[in-house]
Design a protein around this ligand. Structure first.
Ligand code: TMP
Ligand code: ZN
Length: 428
């Protein structure tokens, strides 16, 4: 592999030589970015840490920008990917029943597109612990998972899911074609938005897919983020916040087109994009409908994001005020689920261990550690169950229904939920 300019090198270059509004240029089209929200100093969302690591904790400036040319919303500063996705990556896809079900349905839908194919081949980028490819492995379908985080990839392998620990680009695509042939399907769930060099991925997908092959991927949807003021979707791992508008523009540069879009009720509102080589598949009316909705929502206009910032600031002030009020009343507040998203909320709002006693989480490698930046202890779920707090701050709001159903006993005992998306409120 030749020397590929890293994103930080590219941004440094654009910061040094760029003439844009803030010196930062769009990672997709190189136009100057308009910064619309600055969260300040932020640690890594999944950087749960031990006490002795506090001193060396890594911080960066979390800022989002809008590209008026290609409409892509993105981070203004990227964290090196090796820092985020490594042998101790703390995020496991198979943590929730609802998500397991969702991925099984995604796999079935994807499988349905290949009914008439003999010996199909499926590739998934960011296959994590194999939650989706497991379905294809069990059905005896040729598959390949690409997962750079070695610890989660190992779990996939143990379950019979063929997985390599690499980052995907056109070079890897060429190796895969040589070894397995071209692919019928290329899948991605909550991973495309992680990849700063999306052009390299698009070039890889273009060469990897058969002429009638399909790319299907889903990520948190910008329309939902804006509508629900879900600013906590913004963190280091999410380099991009996609809309149909921006995704269409990106793939049009690679002779590919969006042929269908399907809103998904996961991760607080996601969108699935179905993309083929240009002209290979009919384009569904759903694409035009969604583009019209995006225009009505103003996702192509910078002022939409200025209005968003004002709502985010209001949300932060209300949440902090509520928590301070609860502390004055002597109520015990515990965080529920140490999600990646909670890192943005706790750091941006200034939520300290004085306000939130601990965060309960079911993931073993987070337990006993501290939340990034704010250093709130993360404790096992049993600690929540054994001694209910007065209030549970629902950091896992995207799993609200599943969690509230599961925790009826908490509410029956007088416990209250504090939520902040789509608005700050106490339930019941
Ligand atoms: P996320 O998928 O929104 O990032 O949330 C994942 C985290 O939430 C993970 O650390 C597990 C935790 N979690 C719980 O602790 N209890 C729950 O009931 C659920 C659904 C998630
Ligand atoms: Zn752009």
């Amino acid at each position: 592999m030749g020397h590929e300019m890293t994103i930080s090198e590219r941004q440094l270059k654009s910061a040094t030589f760029g003439s844009g509004v803030h010196g930062m240029h769009c990672l997709i089209c190189d136009a100057p970015l308009e910064s619309f929200l600055d969260f300040g100093r932020m640690p890594m969302a999944n950087g749960f840490l031990d006490e002795e690591e506090f001193e060396d904790e890594f911080f960066f400036n979390l800022r989002t920008g809008f590209c008026a040319r290609c409409k892509m919303v993105q981070l203004m500063e990227q964290v090196d990917r090796e820092r985020m996705f490594h042998h101790q990556y703390a995020f496991f896809s198979s943590t929730s029943r609802h998500m397991a079900l969702h991925f099984e349905q995604f796999a079935r839908t994807a499988h349905g597109t290949m009914e008439d194919k003999t010996d199909p081949f499926i590739v998934e980028i960011g296959s994590n612990d194999g939650i989706m490819l497991r379905y294809f492995a069990n059905a005896g379908i040729r598959h390949l998972g690409i997962e750079p985080s070695a610890n989660v990839a190992e779990i996939a392998r143990e379950q019979g899911v063929n997985t390599i620990s690499r980052f995907f680009d056109e070079n890897l695509a060429a190796e895969i074609v040589e070894q397995y042939g071209q692919a019928d399907l290329f899948l991605g769930a909550n991973v495309m938005c992680h990849v700063p060099d999306l052009h390299a991925v698009a070039r890889g997908v273009r060469s990897l897919l058969k002429p009638d092959g399909l790319l299907m991927f889903e990520d948190p949807y910008l329309g939902d983020i804006v509508e629900k003021v879900a600013y906590d979707q913004i963190y280091d791992e999410h380099a991009f916040y996609f809309s149909v508008l921006s995704v269409r523009h990106l793939f049009s540069e690679h002779d590919m087109e969006v042929v269908d879009v399907k809103p998904q009720n996961v991760h607080g509102g996601s969108m699935r994009y179905i993309i083929g080589h240009r002209g290979a598949h009919p384009v569904s009316a759903g694409v035009t409908d969604q583009l019209e909705k995006e225009q009505a929502l103003g996702l192509d206009q910078p002022h939409t994001f200025d209005a968003f910032r004002i709502k985010v600031e209001q949300s932060r002030d209300r949440l902090l005020e509520k928590l301070q009020c609860m502390r004055q009343e002597g109520r015990r507040v515990v965080g529920y689920a140490a999600t990646s998203k909670s890192t943005t909320v706790t750091n941006y709002c200034g939520i300290t261990p004085e306000l939130v006693e601990f965060i309960s989480d079911t993931t073993p490698i987070k337990q006993g550690k501290y939340s990034p930046g704010t250093h709130i202890p993360v404790r096992p779920y049993d600690d929540f169950k054994a001694n209910y707090p007065d209030v549970a701050l629902l950091f896992g709001w995207n799993h609200a229904r599943e969690i509230m159903d599961k925790e009826r006993a908490f509410q029956d005992s007088g416990g209250k939920w504090l939520v902040y998306v789509p608005e700050v409120k106490v339930i019941p």
